[in-house]
Design a protein around this ligand. Structure first.
Ligand code: HEC
Length: 157
Protein backbone atom coordinates (compact mmCIF):
# COMPACT_ATOMS: atom_id res chain seq x y z
CA UNK A 1 0.00 0.00 0.00
CA UNK A 2 2.81 2.33 0.92
CA UNK A 3 4.58 1.63 -2.36
CA UNK A 4 1.38 2.05 -4.32
CA UNK A 5 0.70 5.39 -2.68
CA UNK A 6 4.19 6.57 -3.48
CA UNK A 7 3.93 5.49 -7.08
CA UNK A 8 0.56 7.17 -7.46
CA UNK A 9 2.01 10.25 -5.84
CA UNK A 10 5.06 10.44 -8.08
CA UNK A 11 3.38 9.70 -11.37
CA UNK A 12 1.64 13.01 -12.09
CA UNK A 13 4.81 14.95 -11.44
CA UNK A 14 7.33 12.68 -13.08
CA UNK A 15 5.49 11.52 -16.15
CA UNK A 16 2.82 14.16 -16.62
CA UNK A 17 1.26 11.55 -18.83
CA UNK A 18 -1.46 9.91 -16.81
CA UNK A 19 -3.91 12.75 -16.40
CA UNK A 20 -4.70 14.64 -13.23
CA UNK A 21 -5.78 18.24 -13.11
CA UNK A 22 -3.26 20.81 -14.25
CA UNK A 23 -3.54 23.36 -11.46
CA UNK A 24 -0.19 25.08 -11.43
CA UNK A 25 0.52 25.13 -15.16
CA UNK A 26 1.26 28.34 -16.99
CA UNK A 27 1.54 28.84 -20.72
CA UNK A 28 4.90 29.32 -22.43
CA UNK A 29 4.38 32.98 -23.20
CA UNK A 30 4.07 33.76 -19.49
CA UNK A 31 7.32 32.12 -18.46
CA UNK A 32 9.58 34.52 -16.54
CA UNK A 33 13.14 34.83 -17.85
CA UNK A 34 15.84 34.10 -15.30
CA UNK A 35 19.65 34.01 -15.18
CA UNK A 36 21.63 31.03 -13.97
CA UNK A 37 25.02 31.61 -12.30
CA UNK A 38 27.72 28.90 -12.25
CA UNK A 39 25.14 26.23 -13.16
CA UNK A 40 24.10 26.27 -9.51
CA UNK A 41 22.27 29.44 -8.65
CA UNK A 42 19.37 31.60 -9.69
CA UNK A 43 20.09 34.68 -7.57
CA UNK A 44 17.07 36.76 -8.49
CA UNK A 45 13.49 36.14 -7.45
CA UNK A 46 11.28 35.14 -10.39
CA UNK A 47 8.57 37.51 -9.24
CA UNK A 48 10.52 40.31 -7.56
CA UNK A 49 8.31 39.72 -4.52
CA UNK A 50 9.19 37.81 -1.36
CA UNK A 51 7.78 34.31 -1.29
CA UNK A 52 5.20 33.26 1.27
CA UNK A 53 6.57 30.32 3.30
CA UNK A 54 3.14 29.34 4.63
CA UNK A 55 1.72 28.97 1.14
CA UNK A 56 5.00 27.38 0.03
CA UNK A 57 4.55 24.59 2.55
CA UNK A 58 1.03 23.96 1.19
CA UNK A 59 2.28 23.91 -2.41
CA UNK A 60 5.16 21.59 -1.47
CA UNK A 61 2.95 18.97 0.17
CA UNK A 62 0.01 19.22 -2.25
CA UNK A 63 0.06 15.96 -4.22
CA UNK A 64 -0.99 17.74 -7.41
CA UNK A 65 1.53 20.57 -7.10
CA UNK A 66 4.95 20.14 -5.49
CA UNK A 67 4.34 16.59 -4.30
CA UNK A 68 7.76 16.80 -2.68
CA UNK A 69 6.79 14.13 -0.12
CA UNK A 70 6.71 11.55 -2.89
CA UNK A 71 10.51 11.64 -2.87
CA UNK A 72 11.60 13.53 0.25
CA UNK A 73 11.24 13.26 4.01
CA UNK A 74 10.09 16.61 5.39
CA UNK A 75 9.04 18.04 8.76
CA UNK A 76 5.38 17.48 7.89
CA UNK A 77 3.99 15.25 10.65
CA UNK A 78 0.38 15.44 9.42
CA UNK A 79 1.26 13.44 6.31
CA UNK A 80 2.07 9.81 6.83
CA UNK A 81 3.97 8.71 3.75
CA UNK A 82 7.30 10.33 2.97
CA UNK A 83 9.49 9.17 0.08
CA UNK A 84 13.14 8.28 0.27
CA UNK A 85 14.30 8.71 -3.32
CA UNK A 86 15.74 12.15 -2.52
CA UNK A 87 17.56 13.48 0.54
CA UNK A 88 15.74 14.43 3.75
CA UNK A 89 14.85 18.12 3.42
CA UNK A 90 15.22 18.85 7.12
CA UNK A 91 18.11 21.28 7.53
CA UNK A 92 18.30 21.98 3.78
CA UNK A 93 18.45 25.74 4.45
CA UNK A 94 21.79 25.20 6.18
CA UNK A 95 23.20 23.29 3.22
CA UNK A 96 22.01 25.57 0.38
CA UNK A 97 21.69 29.29 -0.23
CA UNK A 98 18.40 30.80 -1.42
CA UNK A 99 19.83 31.10 -4.95
CA UNK A 100 20.79 27.41 -4.95
CA UNK A 101 17.39 26.37 -3.60
CA UNK A 102 15.66 28.37 -6.32
CA UNK A 103 17.63 26.59 -9.04
CA UNK A 104 16.77 23.21 -7.48
CA UNK A 105 13.08 23.98 -7.81
CA UNK A 106 13.12 25.79 -11.17
CA UNK A 107 15.22 23.17 -12.92
CA UNK A 108 17.54 20.86 -10.94
CA UNK A 109 18.76 19.34 -14.22
CA UNK A 110 20.92 22.44 -14.73
CA UNK A 111 23.00 21.36 -11.72
CA UNK A 112 22.71 17.63 -12.30
CA UNK A 113 21.57 16.42 -15.72
CA UNK A 114 20.97 12.92 -14.39
CA UNK A 115 18.70 13.86 -11.52
CA UNK A 116 15.38 12.15 -11.07
CA UNK A 117 13.88 15.29 -9.55
CA UNK A 118 11.42 17.07 -11.83
CA UNK A 119 11.94 20.63 -13.05
CA UNK A 120 9.05 22.63 -11.61
CA UNK A 121 9.48 25.70 -13.78
CA UNK A 122 10.29 24.43 -17.23
CA UNK A 123 8.02 23.83 -20.17
CA UNK A 124 10.39 22.64 -22.90
CA UNK A 125 12.51 19.54 -23.37
CA UNK A 126 10.13 17.53 -21.22
CA UNK A 127 9.52 14.01 -22.46
CA UNK A 128 6.21 12.22 -22.92
CA UNK A 129 3.96 15.13 -22.03
CA UNK A 130 0.22 14.82 -22.51
CA UNK A 131 -1.32 17.31 -24.88
CA UNK A 132 -3.12 19.26 -22.19
CA UNK A 133 0.16 19.66 -20.28
CA UNK A 134 2.30 20.74 -23.23
CA UNK A 135 3.89 24.15 -22.81
CA UNK A 136 2.92 24.19 -19.13
CA UNK A 137 5.09 24.31 -16.04
CA UNK A 138 4.20 22.32 -12.91
CA UNK A 139 4.32 25.43 -10.71
CA UNK A 140 3.90 29.08 -11.57
CA UNK A 141 6.56 31.68 -10.68
CA UNK A 142 4.93 32.74 -7.41
CA UNK A 143 4.50 29.14 -6.29
CA UNK A 144 8.22 28.56 -6.97
CA UNK A 145 9.09 31.57 -4.82
CA UNK A 146 6.73 30.40 -2.07
CA UNK A 147 8.30 26.93 -2.02
CA UNK A 148 11.79 28.48 -1.94
CA UNK A 149 10.71 30.71 0.98
CA UNK A 150 9.41 27.63 2.79
CA UNK A 151 12.68 25.73 2.20
CA UNK A 152 14.65 28.61 3.74
CA UNK A 153 12.77 27.95 7.00
CA UNK A 154 14.04 24.34 7.18
CA UNK A 155 17.04 25.02 9.36
CA UNK A 156 16.71 22.20 11.89
CA UNK A 157 18.11 18.79 11.03
C1 HEC B 1 10.53 12.34 -8.26
C2 HEC B 1 11.25 12.57 -7.06
C3 HEC B 1 11.39 13.99 -6.54
C4 HEC B 1 10.42 14.93 -6.33
C5 HEC B 1 8.93 14.83 -6.64
C6 HEC B 1 11.07 16.06 -5.73
N1 HEC B 1 12.40 15.82 -5.59
FE1 HEC B 1 13.79 17.02 -4.73
N2 HEC B 1 15.26 15.70 -5.15
C7 HEC B 1 15.07 14.44 -5.68
C8 HEC B 1 16.35 13.75 -5.75
C9 HEC B 1 16.57 12.34 -6.29
C10 HEC B 1 17.32 14.64 -5.23
C11 HEC B 1 18.80 14.36 -5.04
C12 HEC B 1 19.71 15.28 -5.76
C13 HEC B 1 19.71 15.13 -7.24
O1 HEC B 1 19.31 14.08 -7.78
O2 HEC B 1 20.12 16.09 -7.91
C14 HEC B 1 16.59 15.86 -4.87
C15 HEC B 1 17.19 16.97 -4.31
C16 HEC B 1 16.51 18.05 -3.78
C17 HEC B 1 17.12 19.16 -3.08
C18 HEC B 1 18.59 19.28 -2.73
C19 HEC B 1 18.69 18.62 -1.37
C20 HEC B 1 20.03 18.14 -0.90
O3 HEC B 1 20.18 17.97 0.32
O4 HEC B 1 20.90 17.89 -1.74
C21 HEC B 1 16.12 20.01 -2.72
C22 HEC B 1 16.24 21.33 -1.96
C23 HEC B 1 14.88 19.44 -3.21
N3 HEC B 1 15.16 18.25 -3.85
C24 HEC B 1 13.64 20.01 -3.02
C25 HEC B 1 12.46 19.49 -3.53
C26 HEC B 1 11.18 20.13 -3.37
C27 HEC B 1 10.93 21.39 -2.57
C28 HEC B 1 10.27 19.36 -4.05
C29 HEC B 1 8.81 19.64 -4.26
C30 HEC B 1 8.50 20.97 -4.81
C31 HEC B 1 10.99 18.22 -4.61
N4 HEC B 1 12.32 18.33 -4.26
C32 HEC B 1 10.42 17.21 -5.35
C33 HEC B 1 13.87 13.91 -6.08
C34 HEC B 1 12.64 14.55 -6.06
Amino acid sequence: MRVLKLILGVLPVVCLTLGGTPIGGVAAAELVKYSVVENEKIPESLTGKPGDPVNGRKVAINRKLGNCLACHKMPVPEQQFHGEIGPDLRGVAKRYSVAELRLRIVNPKIANAETFMPAFYRNTELTRVMKKWQGKTILNAQQVEDVVAYLTTLKDE
